[in-house]
Design a protein around this ligand. Sequence first.
Ligand code: 2RA
Length: 339
Amino acid sequence: MGISLGIMGATGAVGEVMRQIVDERNLPYDTITFLASERSAGTTLKFRNENHVVKAIGPDAFKGLDIILSSTPSSISREFSPIAAKAGAVVVDNSSAFRMDPEVPLVVPEVNPEAIAKHKGIIANPNCSTIQMVVALKPLHDLGGLKRVVVSTYQASSGKGGKGLEDFERQLAHACHPDGVPEPTAHKHQLLDNCLPDDWTIGDEGYSEEEWKMVNETRKILGEESLGVTVTCVRVPVRCGHSESINLEFERPVSPEAAREALAAAPGVIVLDDPVAGNVPLAKASVGRDEVFVGRIRRDPTVPYGLNLWVVADNLRKGAATNAVQIAEHLLKLSPASA
Ligand code: 2RA
């Protein structure tokens, strides 16, 4: 007997990629249900050559569902994920609603798969910029014991969902055809020709919500509550693919050669590290891929044991949808009672 699978937020940017990944990876299910807001409910979605009518998210929408892949605003998840869990489903939640809840595992399967079995009905999918970073950090942490992480991100417009990408493409269109395309109004700054260090709500101590997510989520996933993590998140004029410049300080020596070897052997990582030949991780080349690409690996001579890295991944796939589907795959490997 296969599972009854649900995709909540099925018509959003990440929901659409979740559908694509479920199909590509052939996640086994008996029935599939697409759930979305009232606004999208009643529309028809074509999936595997069949038409499916989208159901409205609501208290009675989860009956009989075993696993729900969810990508909704945090407020929707906060209201409905506990109801879905109570109805017997395991919710893999891509929103930030429950990521820091001590009762909810926050999981990147290549890093802390053991956390999945501890779920109590909800498993949190980390923030896209966190996922790609911890996939690269895990083998290096095992090798040299991480002491400090300093990261600057270069995040694509699609990280803001369909609207973020749409706004950027409209700016591009206006720049190419100023007479043909009206100038779009940017809510704060225009992304085109800019790098935006303030594209998220600024919170405590002048750090953005996105930066605090990376600090707190990294510590929880690695199980290192005292790990030094400091972050600067920047939105860049890229459609898809987040890039990150990461500086690491270790407790023990880690040479670039040893780092390359550990990364090359790590699950979900591809090392591209020949900058002279132009063989480096690039956002455009990461689009459509599920791996995390690592390059520019070099010693940081300013500290006893330091490294610099450049880490790139598709923020909609490994940064969201693929990570969620991988968690579902692990759930299915666990005894049925845990799924
Ligand atoms: C962003 N990581 O890129 C956040 C949310 N997806 O805006």
